[in-house]
Design a protein around this ligand. Sequence first.
Ligand SMILES: NC(=O)c1ccc[n+]([C@@H]2O[C@H](COP(=O)([O-])OP(=O)(O)OC[C@H]3O[C@@H](n4cnc5c(N)ncnc54)[C@H](OP(=O)(O)O)[C@@H]3O)[C@@H](O)[C@H]2O)c1
Length: 338
Amino acid sequence: MSSTEGGQARHVLLTGASSGIGFQAAVQLLQAGHHLTVLCRDSSTADRLRHQLSSRLQTTLCDLADLASIEACADALLAAAEPIDTLVLNAGLQYSGAAEPRWSAQGFELTIAVNHLAHQALLQRLLPLLLQGTAPRLVVTASEVHDPTTAGGKVGRPAGLADLAGLRQGPGGAMLDGSAFHAEKAYKDSKLCNLLMAREVERRLRQQGIFLPVLAWSPGLVIPRGIGGFFRYSRLQNPIGQILFALVARDLLRLTETPRGAGALLAGLATGSPPSPAGFHYWTNRVLGPGRLRFEASEPSAEARSDDLARELWTLSAQLLGMAPEQGLQQVIPRRMP
Ligand SMILES: NC(=O)c1ccc[n+]([C@@H]2O[C@H](COP(=O)([O-])OP(=O)(O)OC[C@H]3O[C@@H](n4cnc5c(N)ncnc54)[C@H](OP(=O)(O)O)[C@@H]3O)[C@@H](O)[C@H]2O)c1
């Protein structure tokens, strides 16, 4: 590996690098000399990113809304056998305000399919490569809205998975808890899943005697200027409301993080800043007042700390993905010699 100013260059594999926080993180990681593989939904996105970011960028096609595409992507990465030093599961979507659910290729509600199921599938398939990496670490982008006691989490219907009756139903279940479809809650639930999945994989690895930092984090509210970005689907539902929301939250009250600032936090987590010992850690970008945010270690919600729920979610999700719950955790391939 070549070295960067701050130390060793890392091989970082990142989902959701084509836009917003992940894009900004990719810019900064490449500038710092790290080696980056990004998973792109389609070839035009991959071409655009190589052109915009760097010819050094490695891209692999992966539509997270299609398990067959994830399978093909994981097969290609495993065949290439390049160890991953940091796996960053960052892609995500929400379509708040929509009355009807949208579906993945396999018939799962789209928010849960992309934000949660796709990432568990990737994680289980790519763990053997991650565990061959140098000082491996896993980073998962969650959100404070998973927590019904936070400012963002208490607006509207709160996150809550109940007994996972909807997930148990499999394809066609609109909500994980079996309730009627609610787009905003589906997003909050998916972010709760991100935390539960991160905690559970760390616990399972620890049980196998494998210790690594597993970092879940919340970037704070990030509302980019322009028409793209995270709120693009919600804007279709309620254009005026979303413009007003951006004006008030970002420009008037200044409660938001910039995409560049959030990208810097993600790039830092991917490369060891702030330093984190092995174990699960949750970091949140807390709003202290207008224009003032502080990135600090925090506790996830009470539900996100439930070991039983984490175990159940992992097992059920693996079954729906056609995987054994222990897949990936027991396939530690010995590190290749240089
Ligand atoms: N923005 C916020 O206020 C906020 C707050 C808390 C947490 N977060 C979390 O931060 C993460 C990044 O969000 P962001 O603000 O950077 O949003 P963004 O600009 O909309 O970026 C989302 C990324 O996910 C990718 N993605 C979505 N569906 C995909 C699919 N089917 N296949 C492959 N890639 C797919 C997008 O790719 P395409 O370009 O191909 O669509 C894009 O690269 C998400 O997990 C989000 O939940 C955001």
